[in-house]
Write a protein that binds this ligand. Sequence first.
Ligand SMILES: Cc1cc2nc3c(=O)[nH]c(=O)nc-3n(C[C@H](O)[C@H](O)[C@H](O)COP(=O)(O)O)c2cc1C
Length: 182
Amino acid sequence: MSQLVGKRITLGVTGSIAAYKAADLTSQLIKYGAEVQVIMTHGATKFISPLTLQVLSRRPVGVDIWDEGKNSVPSHIEMADTSDLLIVAPLTAHVMAEFAHGLAPDLLTSVYLATQGPVLLCPAMNGKMYHHPATQANLKTLRGRGHAIVDPAEGMLACGYEGVGKLAPVEEIVSRTLAILG
Ligand SMILES: Cc1cc2nc3c(=O)[nH]c(=O)nc-3n(C[C@H](O)[C@H](O)[C@H](O)COP(=O)(O)O)c2cc1C
């Protein structure tokens, strides 16, 4: 369980019903020895408390891009420069679209644009949202950029809809992380 010792991971969490699974993912990454910097969108904070992820990651969670403290280098640039891997799990349709189009209205999307290293994206959403041509076009753009994508799983979704869209199992996200960084 020490394959990620010395590795710095930025974990972006967005406003999906699956956001609570980021707690388990954070815990697993910490157990493998990684340093984990969590960034949440404001939407994600509606689903899980930053305090939970702060305690599990053992460091403050980034949410507000304007919350610079006494930093002289903007946090979003520093986070991007000092990270070995950016994981976004769960990734909403909304943030996927922002990434695809280069929009950077908040901390996570700004870190994404400043990131030059590997990116691992784990979409989760209702199947109709996932299959929408806009979402599929955005996914294609992001794959074309060379980002690793952990495809959503099939099953009963939280909205009651049966089909594709569930966040992939945390074990699968961890094993893709180990394959990239291990
Ligand atoms: C109960 C509930 C569950 C949601 N689950 C998802 C989801 O799994 N995936 C998704 O893309 N959007 C989901 N949404 C919609 C997003 O929360 C919404 O698009 C929000 O603006 C996303 O903000 P963010 O992408 O900046 O985090 C959900 C909304 C609600 C109210």
